[in-house]
Design a protein around this ligand. Sequence first.
Ligand code: MG
Length: 256
Amino acid sequence: MAIIIKTKEEIEILREGGKRLATVLYKVGEMVKPGISTWELDKYAEKLIKDMGDYPASLHYRPEGADTPFPASLCVSINNEVVHGIPNKNKILQEGDIVSLDLLLRHKNLFTDMAITVPVGEVSSSSKKLLKVTEDALMVGIDAARGGNRIGDIGHAIESFARKYKYGIVEVLSGHGVGKAIHEDPYVPNFGKAGTGAKLVPGMVIAIEPMLNNGTKNVTLDKDGWTFRTADGKRSAHFEHTILITEGEPEILTKI
Ligand code: MG
């Protein structure tokens, strides 16, 4: 599959979709508190998106290789869960947890993708640091995503940054092209060699999404076929933006 360059009209739609997505995700983030179930967060996200006339694109999404479609609108991953946690009425957030919220939105047939990880009540200083460094790693990656650079420059920037903190950088999951489909070419790994990989061209739209672990980079997949968690049980954080490649500084599409 070739990398798709978006037209002006498509970029306008993605800009609006990204704004809507960020608005919803931050609202869901504000709902996070001890005692709330991950199911309630999912239902809230779904309602906000449908009320705007859009569609929560994770719902019933079945990527190639998956045995079952994803059963919810919002991926909710707690503590040692890395990504793709399935919301459940019996999963209740506890004081001190960290929770990753990953959401896809389809607006006028085009997709944007975003994730944040938020603290539940008061969390430990090591969890606070993990959240801060992972979000900073995302911004470092975005800064490297300039027209004329290459995909490897993004991964290299994220990896060089995260290594300083000795965090495990998840390698089996990566960012991706996005827009006309949920997952498009190219893969956007969170590690790599500068100056390698596909060239970044204005009009490309990609999701950058570092996942950093407080221990090993290795992850395991649960029997549910979706939930990835750290192999050593330590905590993981995840931040993601959908961005537009320009001649200069990239434009974050998933922002209010
Ligand atoms: Mg993504």
